[in-house]
Design a protein around this ligand. Structure first.
Ligand SMILES: Cc1cc2nc3c(=O)[nH]c(=O)nc-3n(C[C@H](O)[C@H](O)[C@H](O)COP(=O)(O)OP(=O)(O)OC[C@H]3O[C@@H](n4cnc5c(N)ncnc54)[C@H](O)[C@@H]3O)c2cc1C
Length: 406
């Protein structure tokens, strides 16, 4: 019988415990959770509905949703991916449903369904859970790991440790002290603070398929975009915040954002359309034109901004039309900080992936030390990808501790 200590009773901690006990019931599996209760992020996730995974079963494509860890995850998605998680849940009585954007939720629309499933199964499988018990230190002692906790007087000995401690700074500091390489953590998945006349009065208005980029990062991203009372949010903004998390942190969240409100449409093509309007609809006021993809009120505001709201197409000179096309396709705004996206936020950074063997999630430098979930330098964009990384890595860690001769 092997004794396994799991540090952290969150998504990855619980799931690895369940996977170990389902395959190896004779293992003694302990979860140590520093808080009074476990699964707290699962509870609040997806606005209380828990966006448990994403409807993407192509592992190559799936891996592209992770700014950090995509390459490593691709291999483990080959073993355990969203389809497996959906099946795992269904077999244990949790039905799921897919939403139009591919996000998958429990059919009940409540994260409590996932929590009940995990907690009841943990009880049935005799997983030993100690709440209000935080790991303080760990060291190698003969062929075992000796662990000390906040709430327990004596040291406890285990054959293996799975670190599933999420984005705990204290745990990253402890791991670094033990010479486990940590990539500096920075926030990911945040919204942009922008104060710009064009956005004023439009809080709540959303645009389909906007393209956003910044000169401090090489790639642009596309997706829906939402004007908030403090700036911009929505999938496109969150995606860019994840991909450029490190660069934006370096610039202390002060940078220029480039926005194409029409996604892929080029400024030159739009200008051509405007020039043609001079002949097609010469007497129509520009502000009354309906440009597909741009809400009418927003279009009017742009016309006002560049002082063409009383002008018709024939009267408008090319310079002004160029300005108009620029504001639509090459709009620039100054970002002056970030806001937390309440539905989901994660940390970029954590245990350096080069130090982990992804066939079993074991540390390459510390035998018997395994990792699962956000403790690693892995993070995804919004949509259920972060939980999927937790499920897949926890599943692999469970296989790892089971099959390894410790
Ligand atoms: C508000 C919010 C909503 C989210 N919604 C979604 C969503 O809908 N879909 C999605 O895919 N992702 C979502 N995420 C991200 C997702 O929650 C995380 O990616 C996921 O929880 C990571 O799982 P984990 O087990 O690695 O870490 P966690 O779930 O954070 O668990 C880590 C656990 O370790 C414990 N711990 C830390 N230090 C110690 C210690 N020293 N000793 C013992 N225990 C310790 C912590 O208390 C915690 O319980 C959301 C995140 C937030 C903050």
């Amino acid at each position: 019988m092997k004794k396994i200590a799991i540090i952290g009773g969150g998504a990855a901690g619980f799931f690895s415990a369940l996977c170990i006990k389902e395959i190896s019931p004779d293992f003694e599996v302990h979860i140590f959770e520093k808080s009074k209760e476990g699964l707290s992020k699962v509870r609040v996730s997806g606005g209380g509905r828990c966006n448990v995974t994403h409807n993407c079963f192509d592992t190559e494509k799936l891996s592209t949703f992770y700014p950090r860890g995509g390459k490593e995850l691709k291999a483990i998605f080959g073993v355990f991916q969203p389809k497996d998680m959906i099946e795992w849940l269904e077999k244990r009585g949790v039905k799921t449903k897919v939403e139009a954007d591919g996000r998958i939720f429990p059919e009940s629309n409540s994260s409590q369904t996932i929590i009940d499933c995990f907690e009841n199964l943990a009880k049935r499988l005799n997983v030993i859970i100690s709440y209000s018990t935080g790991l303080q230190d760990f060291e190698r002692s003969n062929s075992k790991w000796s662990l000390s906790f906040t709430n327990i007087d004596k040291k406890l000995y285990f054959d293996a440790i799975i670190f599933a401690s999420g984005s705990s700074v204290l745990m990253w500091e402890l791991l670094a002290k033990k010479e486990i390489k940590i990539i500096k953590p920075v926030p990911s998945l945040f919204t942009f603070k922008i104060s710009h006349g064009l956005l004023e009065g439009f809080s709540g208005i959303s645009f389909k398929n906007v393209q956003v980029s910044t000169p401090i990062y090489s790639k642009s991203v596309q997706g829906d975009c939402l004007i908030t009372h403090q700036g911009l949010s929505g999938p496109a903004v969150l995606k860019l915040s994840a991909w450029a998390a490190r660069e934006m942190c370096e610039k202390q969240y002060q940078f220029i954002l480039h926005i194409n409100w029409l996604g892929g449409i080029k400024k030159a093509d739009l200008l051509k359309e405007f020039m043609l309007n001079k002949d097609k609809i010469p007497t129509q006021k520009i502000k009354n034109y309906h440009l597909q993809g741009i809400p009418n009120r927003f279009w009017e505001k742009i016309c006002l901004q560049i002082e063409i709201h009383q002008v018709n197409w024939a009267e408008c000179g090319k310079k002004k039309l160029d300005e108009l096309a620029t504001l639509i396709c090459e709009c620039k705004m100054e970002v002056k900080g970030k806001n937390t996206f309440k539905d989901e936020f994660v940390t970029a950074g954590g245990v350096d992936l080069d130090t982990i063997d992804f066939t079993n999630m074991q540390s390459k430098t510390h035998q018997g030390v395994f990792f699962a979930g956000e403790v690693m330098n892995i993070d995804g964009v919004t949509g259920g990808f972060n939980f999927q990384a937790a499920w897949s890595s926890a599943y692999m860690a469970a296989q790892g501790v089971r099959t390894l001769s410790l």
